[in-house]
Design a protein around this ligand. Structure first.
Ligand SMILES: [Zn+2]
Length: 61
């Protein structure tokens, strides 16, 4: 095992977790809000039509 630049990738902090509302891995843990649906920021689902990805309130699992 070498220490240095190659091992820097293992230190990577997980910034985004699974969102409780939209089920996408877009929930920013440090900010406490979801970038996809706006959970933690808005009460309503964030709907941005200019974004091509479809967002549903249902969880995927
Ligand atoms: Zn979300």
């Amino acid at each position: 095992m070498s220490k240095g630049t190659p091992s820097a990738g293992k230190m990577k902090k997980q910034t985004h977790g699974v969102c409780r509302r939209c089920g996408r891995k877009s929930f920013n843990r440090s900010k406490g809000k979801c970038s996809a649906c706006g959970f933690g920021k808005t009460k309503k689902l964030k709907n941005e039509n200019w974004k091509n990805k479809t967002i549903t309130g249902d969880r995927k699992d």
